[in-house]
Design a protein around this ligand. Structure first.
Ligand code: UGA
Length: 434
């Protein structure tokens, strides 16, 4: 099939590359000339494990093309995916201006039947708005389909190639057939393609992310309670997770969720609810809990140093909002850094992938180490904010040697509490004994 993907951000690039991998001819369109130049010459613009290999292969096989011209990009395409940004506007609602602008342009360019697919996370009712924006300028037949994306950063290729499910919102038989054929190679294991109406598909995406965020905030509150009641959240997590109805995944407490999706999508769903005069109470609580959780370690750190952090030096491991990405959007680490700086502390940080992004944001307000052990020197304590695998089994002797005090504040529960005691560390984590 001939496919166009408009927008070569995270979702667009993964979508385009993975569709090329199953033999489709894909053209990706982006207004950013520099990006298009880079991508055309084989330089990948995002960090995502496994993507580069597929990207290079499909570029070489000439199944993947890049252009800045929408007109050229959609020529001969049967399906056009819109993978455009929908940033939160001032009021928390998703800003649809990028999506609707491209829709209008498409309206002027269409010459025959095409399926236009909303891949971006967009509020309920957007498919109708896109339909109207195209129809304003277009006499030809077309269908607008909602096909939300459920991929996770860090495992996006795997999520795309082997999805738990594919959600396709359309009431058109013709579009349903096209989309069913396109996704058939991805659901061979028997996972379902769920056909539904456009509005239900749009809401499914927000409800999925909001539910997962709720699971996390719920566990973060249980963790707080565990500390107060002398219980161990690891035990409680296992105890409840073995019930199939609850499930084992997404029950890990920590210092809150971050990233470009959960915070934005929970907020947008609250906003959509308000627009129809509905007060989505649980989600307001989910957001409150997450805000507090990002600074969960701070009182513990302050208490240990008798309330005075001025002049203290901290080593911090992990800047990305989660492992296997260089993405620092809404990363809890940034909130911790900001608070410690406000208290007059100094910081030296390390992250396997996200250093450059943080350096761009914070410049010389903090120090950057080339290696995870280099930032420990003369630090009063080590703080862990992201659960990168390389932090899981560190050389504790080296940590002891370098740190001024044998103190670790772990926001991701990486180590066994008893072992840390045996090793002679003062160790604080989330929802477990000190
Ligand atoms: C999330 C969803 O998981 C994807 O299904 C969805 O497609 C994507 O948003 C999106 O809307 O585009 P992502 O933001 O990449 O994916 O990250 P997750 O792996 O879901 O993690 C989100 C946050 O939750 C991270 O900060 C992580 O540390 C935190 N988390 C996750 C916990 O604190 N505890 C857990 O048990 C799991």
């Amino acid at each position: 099939m001939r496919i166009t993907v408009v927008g070569t951000g995270y979702v667009g690039l993964v979508t385009g590359t993975c569709f090329a991998e199953t033999g489709n001819n894909v053209t990706c369109v982006d207004i950013d000339e520099n990006k298009v130049k880079k991508l055309s010459s084989g330089q990948i613009t995002i960090y995502e494990p496994g993507l580069e290999k597929l990207f290079e292969r499909n570029l070489k096989e000439e199944r993947l093309h890049f252009t800045t011209s929408l007109a050229e990009g959609i020529k001969d395409a049967q399906v056009i995916f819109l993978a455009l940004p929908t940033p939160p506007g001032a009021d928390g609602a998703a800003d649809l201006s990028f999506v609707l602008k491209v829709a209008e342009q498409l309206g002027k360019l269409l010459t025959d039947y095409k399926v236009i697919v909303d891949k971006s996370t967009v509020p309920v009712g957007t498919a109708e708005k896109v339909q109207a924006a195209i129809a304003q300028h277009c006499q030809h037949e077309f269908d607008v389909v909602s096909n939300p994306e459920f991929l996770r950063e860090g495992v996006a290729v795997e999520d795309f190639m082997k999805p738990d499910r594919v959600v396709i919102g359309t009431r058109s038989e013709r579009a349903r057939k096209v989309m069913g054929d396109l996704y058939a190679p991805f659901v061979r294991q028997g996972n379902p393609i769920l056909f539904m109406d456009e509005r239900s598909a749009e809401l499914t995406k927000y409800a999925a992310n909001s539910f997962l965020a709720t699971k996390i905030s719920f566990m973060n509150e249980v963790a707080v309670l565990c500390e107060k009641l002398g219980a161990d959240v690891d035990m409680v997590r296992r105890g409840i997770g073995s019930d199939d109805r609850i499930g084992k995944r997404f029950l890990f407490p920590g210092i809150g969720y971050g990233g470009s999706c959960f915070p934005k999508d929970v907020q947008a769903l609250v906003r959509s609810s308000q627009e129809v005069q509905y007060d989505f109470k649980i989600l307001n609580a989910v957001m409150d809990v997450n805000e507090k959780q990002k600074l969960f370690l701070l009182p513990k750190i302050k208490a240990y140093f008798n309330g005075e952090l001025r002049g203290r030096r901290f080593a911090l491991w992990g800047l990305a909002f989660k492992p296997n990405t260089d993405d620092i959007r809404e990363a809890p680490a940034l909130y911790i850094i900001e608070s410690l700086l406000r208290e007059g502390a100094e910081l030296c940080v390390f992250d396997p992938e996200a250093m450059a992004n943080v350096q761009q944001l914070l410049g010389d307000k903090i120090q950057y180490a080339d290696h995870q052990y280099d930032c420990l020197q003369d630090a009063d304590a080590l703080i862990i904010a992201t659960e990168w695998s390389v932090f899981r089994t560190p050389d504790f002797d080296k940590i002891k040697e370098e740190l001024k005090n044998r103190v670790i504040f772990d926001g991701r529960n990486l180590f066994d509490v008893q072992r840390m005691q045996e090793l002679g560390f003062y160790y604080e984590s989330v929802g477990r004994a000190t």
